[in-house]
Design a protein around this ligand. Sequence first.
Ligand code: NAD
Ligand code: 6OD
Length: 492
Amino acid sequence: MMNEKIPHAGGILKNYIGGEFLSSDLLFDNINPVDGTIINQVAEADQNLVDKAVVAARKALKSWANMPLSQRCALLHKVADGIEARFDDFVAAEMADTGKSFFQARTIDIPRGAANFRAFADMVKSQSTECFHTPTPDGQGALNYAVNKPLGVVAVIAPWNLPLLLMTWKLAPAMAAGNVVIAKPSEETPATATLLAEVMHESGVPAGVFNLVHGFGHQSAGSFLTEHKGVDAVTFTGESSTGSAIMRAAADGVKPLSFELGGKNAAVIFDDCDFDAAVEGTARSVFTNGGQVCMCTERVYVHRSIFERFVTAMKDKAEAINIGWPLDEDTDMGPLISHKHRNKVLSHYQGAIKQGAIIVTGGAIPKFGDARDNGAFVQPTIFTGLSEDANIVKQEVFGPVCHITPFDDEDEAIALANDSDYGLCAAVWTTNLTRAHRVAEQMEVGICWVNSWYLRDLRTPFGGVKLSGVGREGGVHSLSFYSEPTNICIKL
Ligand code: NAD
Ligand code: 6OD
């Protein structure tokens, strides 16, 4: 990647508050995980700037909420147009912050950023409301109906793995439903949120409707937002432990919360599967984005009759992954997000080896002999041979790794898959339709894919059970979370 193609390379990424781009005295470095170089600096929002964002948002709330729906939706389509018009800038910024491949940034992350705004701008127009005709003793009855109002000022706190995609997945429905927002991207990935602020500004979104504050979580912009009396609701994607901290912070204000949290997702491979499709799909589900997708498979359960063949085929897939420079057309996988995260992933690898894992492939840091050796790369890794209570089988790693275990029958496979503190998603591979329904229904997760993985329809409920989340977003579920219904009862 040529440095001059990265927007704001060498400059300062600012906060966007009340329609103005504001710097601060607190600057931190934004690091490229491919080679450890500094891309630019980021202006961290202190308590004063967060207060200012809340005041600006509150001031904008009434006029945004009361804006004719068609006008509000037209503005959101304009934001989508703006992302598309600056597509190359967004791709370059996302790649620089994360090291993800050009292919992934241009086919998944940035297109979904625009698609999220279009989808919710269209969906909100057909949002319906409940209406009941209620019998009364006088025989005249009453009419009960609900009107949907926005929640108010919504804090949107996003992670680093799919920065623009996951930020806009929450911003778009929140804004479509008439809320004003304060976005806080991860400290690791501040760039595309800053470009989004520029697009909002250029698109004519009124000052204060969209605000951006940069910074960290604890005792920084993140907790300033979640503890703020002027913030009406918090929508968060990130680690389950951060979700707990936010829940505690939001408890005093009894703020509505929507949480999309971690996963320890299982794939179940039956002996009647389409073998090649199952290998291809499972490899994709383990290694996409270096395993840094909340839906990535980290536990694979394979029927014993095809276990050895499956493990060998997965090994071949892992070893064929091209790890490299994001811009190279043939790069499949980039680095992890940071050295700190790599240390966490490597300590999981080392822990697994210590607990007696068989290393099918990987387990270490790749060597390149160039600047990438300063980056945060790890090898795609497959383990077998551990019992179900081993740490790497229990805890979320969030790296390019899985453990593969054999099973003997369907009931055992279901029990193994469900034996987790998490419950985000699962994948089931079988050509038997009856079995597919039977098994998928029994998975204790928010989403179960059959013969596929990460096949998305933005209208469907998305979220997790157990430690994987609270609530559902997607389609009417998002619009419902970001709205507060008032029931009106009219005696007839
Ligand atoms: P993280 O929880 O460390 O950080 C997420 C965001 O929360 C960041 O913006 C961070 O600054 C902020 N934050 C951290 N502590 C905070 C606090 N005390 N108060 C307020 N804000 C705080 O998560 P991450 O490392 O950025 O992302 C990886 C994790 O996210 C993984 O566990 C992954 O499974 C999960 N994730 C879940 C989904 C989902 O849809 N379920 C999607 C993506 C990622
Ligand atoms: O695709 C989505 O809408 C979504 N919420 C994806 C989550 C990915 C987790 O890393």
